[in-house]
Design a protein around this ligand. Structure first.
Ligand SMILES: Cc1cc2nc3c(=O)[nH]c(=O)nc-3n(C[C@H](O)[C@H](O)[C@H](O)COP(=O)(O)OP(=O)(O)OC[C@H]3O[C@@H](n4cnc5c(N)ncnc54)[C@H](O)[C@@H]3O)c2cc1C
Length: 385
């Protein structure tokens, strides 16, 4: 047993066991093929819904599953171990969209979207980033203008996970009052999603560019008060970073497991490469990194379970996300080294781990942005203004 598992409840272990079983039987055997053809099997979405993984922590009255944040982290870690492209579908649809509707939506919005999102009959995407505004998301330029009782949206978004698969786009747009959030059905006239091909990693996942050309939505599609959209986005991202961190831990663990196995099997100079101290160093450094990342991630999940809100755990979420994502890159790179030349061909999963890990230090706030959030908390000075 991992020492980091001490204190886990039976329920938490059950959630993890269920996710592990699903990952080993239905994800790992297909991950390479999905990566090669740049598309995860779309039926996985319904399957994730059936298993309850798209409804963790959502009210049972909407079909959700009663779970705590640590259980969510354990499931996400397992999904990340199997395939980051699958893990990302859940992190975004559940983590960034469903939970945000549950937290900020009206009863009508919850009834309209949550049951389908939870069941995997619908998917959500989170549309914040624009071609001209990434780290500086607050300067976004997509506009929403009142027209009678409706709002009309114009603008574009880029790098939107689940973009071409989504039924609802949680969209952040500039209004007279500031940034406002909207739930835009992707079937709305004037809305288009175009898949971005040629990504370094996460190839199985649908990442898209979105265009809004006179997209009309009723006022009932507005999520939260006008002008409160950035507050909603930032709180959502603090929570989302816990999920990215958990996925990063799972990916790094998968790379480490593969490297340990390979080191025991591969022989050079008449003995297993595991017997060389420099190979052991690569494995030992990786193990320490993974352990530390896991502890930081579970620590912030426990904070949330003890009642801390996104504002209170924001710095800890940034610490976990920063360390775990950098760990995933470092560990997958070190573990690829253990494979020698075989690590460089896609017969083995090492290249995919490294390619998939690379985005983790970029999205939901780059590592630089995480450091600025931590630095702001330490010094009281916001270096991003
Ligand atoms: C595969 C993928 C999926 C994504 N999914 C989504 C999604 O679902 N929804 C969504 O809204 N977005 C998504 N994103 C976008 C992602 O969140 C942004 O790419 C990220 O926030 C960085 O923005 P940028 O790419 O514009 O880089 P920039 O902000 O232009 O940054 C470029 C470089 O400058 C650095 N930098 C910027 N500002 C500062 C500063 N103040 N101090 C120090 N360094 C700084 C950055 O750290 C980085 O190294 C996704 C991106 C990718 C690649």
């Amino acid at each position: 047993m991992l020492s980091t598992d001490l204190g886990l409840t039976e329920t938490q272990r059950d959630f993890r066991a269920m996710a592990a079983e699903f990952v080993d039987a239905e994800v790992v055997p297909h991950a390479r093929e999905w990566d090669r053809r740049e598309k995860v099997d779309p039926s996985i979405v319904r399957r994730l819904g059936e298993l309850g993984f798209l409804g963790l922590m959502v009210g049972e009255e909407y079909g959700g599953v009663d779970a705590d944040m640590l259980s969510y982290v354990l499931v996400t870690e397992e999904l990340g171990r199997g395939d980051s492209a699958v893990r990302g579908i859940v992190s975004v649809s559940l983590g960034l969209v469903t939970k945000t509707i549950a937290a900020h939506g009206t009863e009508e919005q919850r009834r309209e979207w949550l049951p389908r999102l939870v069941a995997g009959e619908a998917l959500g995407c989170f549309a914040l980033t624009e071609p001209g505004t990434g780290s500086d998301a607050g300067s976004l330029t997509t506009r929403a203008v009142r027209d009678g009782g409706d709002w009309v949206l114009d603008g574009s978004k880029i790098f939107i996970t689940n973009g071409t698969w989504a039924d609802v786009a949680l969209t952040f747009a500039r209004t007279e009052e500031g940034v406002t959030a909207f739930l835009v059905p992707t079937g709305s006239p004037g809305f288009t999603a175009t898949e971005i091909h040629g990504k370094l990693g996460l190839r199985g996942q649908a990442t898209a560019e979105l265009a809004f050309e006179g997209v009309r939505v009723p006022d009932s599609a507005r999520l939260g008060e006008p002008g409160r959209g950035m507050g909603i986005a930032l709180g959502t991202l603090s929570r989302g970073r816990i999920s990215v961190a958990a996925g990063a831990v799972g990916l790094a663990q998968a790379a480490l497991d593969a490297a340990v196995r390979y080191a025991g099997e591969r022989e050079q100079f008449g003995r297993p490469i595991a017997s060389f101290q420099l190979v052991q160093e690569l494995l030992a450094d990786s193990a320490v990194d993974v352990q530390a990342a896991r502890l930081l991630t579970r620590n912030v999940a426990r904070m949330a379970d003890l009642g801390a809100g996104p504002k209170e755990y924001a710095t800890d979420a940034s610490m976990a996300k920063y360390h775990a994502s950098e760990t995933a890159v470092r560990v997958s790179n070190n573990c690829l080294q253990v494979f020698g030349g075989y690590g460089y061909i896609d017969e083995y999963p090492m290249g995919k781990y490294l390619r998939d890990a690379r985005v983790l230090t970029l999205y939901e706030g780059t590592s630089q942005v995480q450091k600025l959030i931590i630095g702001r908390d330490l010094t009281g000075v916001n270096a991003m203004l």
